[in-house]
Design a protein around this ligand. Structure first.
Ligand code: SF4
Length: 358
């Protein structure tokens, strides 16, 4: 941890500036990153802000936006005899009928890994087929692209559920019902894609601040947004310049373009978004689980009845507005996807919001 980004005195100063620059009207800023939500809730940043300034979550939690159909497909493969390898966060996310953890309890072969390299090692040490569940945004896609490009063992394949952040922002910013005034853009994703893909949102009148993950990063991003709004500006600014560049990681981008085709993708609770997913190119079809296996999952239930994740993931509601929050849905017993992992908005609000504390 860098102490300069936990400087209490500087934090107080930035909060004072935020209050002094706050507009009379309500201001709503959306972030698109589960780690940003964690920083905001864990450090109680919302409590420091003017009452008419709201920080809202967008579709930035990768396990939350992974479609129920993709989870069902992963469960189908695990139940069909393959070893399904996934990140730990994905285990308890409900599919249409069950989660991967429940499938494992039923006897399916599901294993947890920290990275795709673990899954490749597993494949090297077994004759069984190993399928890695490739979820996440531009942050996790390059390592999976590199794995496929470097010819993993023949018994290895990837079930690609990768998603791209800018097209999802397109869908929200271009929505006639847009209900936010600025965007805090994700630091990890921007490390790969750079700041250029956000220019089009600035041209549409939306201030965009690419932001890091320390509390001070978030506070600075809010301050920078307010400064732009006061001046009537909308531009892309890079608060996370210590890591993110304008062009991003060109090598990672090249690898992704080499291995994946951009395709339409279904975002859980949101719907299909054009050009927002990554499918493995036919040239590498021997490592594409969808080409390798005859997957049949039947009818899909996008979200369980009553779950408001779709509204939360589009900055249209907060967890408190879901009637199930903290009742039928808690981190111990998650009912909807936003309550499961450390990047889920409902999970963070419950964990750090002192709900249920007498
Ligand atoms: S509290 Fe649970 S049911 Fe409600 S929106 Fe969040 S994840 Fe869905």
């Amino acid at each position: 941890m860098s102490l300069e980004f936990r400087d209490r005195a500087l934090g107080k100063k930035v909060v004072r500036l935020i209050h002094s620059l706050m507009l009379d009207e309500a201001v709503r800023i959306m972030h698109v990153c589960g780690t940003h939500e964690q920083t905001i809730t864990k450090h109680g940043l919302r409590a420091l802000l003017p009452p008419n300034l709201e920080l809202l979550s967008g579709p930035g939690c990768p396990v939350c936006v992974t479609s129920a159909k993709d989870i069902d497909e992963a469960i189908f493969l695990a139940k069909s005899g393959a070893t399904l390898v996934t990140y730990g966060d994905m285990m308890r996310v409900p599919g249409s009928d069950m989660s991967l953890a429940e499938a494992k309890a039923d006897g399916a072969d599901v294993k947890v890994a920290y990275s795709v390299n673990d899954a490749v090692r597993m494949a090297s040490n077994t004759k069984n087929d190993v399928v890695f569940f490739g979820i996440g945004f531009e942050t996790t896609a390059p390592s999976n692209a590199a794995t496929i490009f470097n010819k993993p063992p023949e018994n290895f394949s990837i079930l690609s559920s990768h998603k791209l952040v800018p097209p999802a922002m397109d869908a929200l910013v271009g929505d006639g019902d847009v209900n936010f005034d600025g965007v805090i853009a994700p630091g990890h994703v921007s490390t790969i894609i750079g700041t250029r893909p956000y220019e089009r949102f600035a041209e549409m009148g939306m201030p965009v601040i690419v932001t890091g993950f320390e509390p001070l990063d978030i506070l600075f991003a809010i301050l920078m947004t307010l400064k732009q709004m006061r001046k009537g500006q909308s531009k892309v600014e890079n608060e996370y310049a210590r890591v993110v560049t304008e062009q991003g990681n060109l090598r990672a981008q090249k690898l992704m373009n080499r291995v994946f085709d951009v395709t339409d993708a279904y975002w859980r609770g949101i719907g299909e978004i054009a050009n927002s997913g990554l499918a493995i190119k036919s040239e590498f079809c021997q490592f594409d689980a969808r080409e390798k296996y005859d997957i049949d999952v039947g009818e899909v239930q996008d979200l369980p009845p009553g779950c408001s994740c779709g509204l939360i993931l589009t900055a249209k509601a907060t967890p408190e507005e879901c009637e199930l929050f903290g009742k039928a849905c808690t981190p111990e017993k998650p009912y909807g996807p936003c309550m499961v992992g450390i990047e889920g908005t409902c999970h963070n609000w419950w964990k750090y919001g002192r709900y249920g504390v007498e």
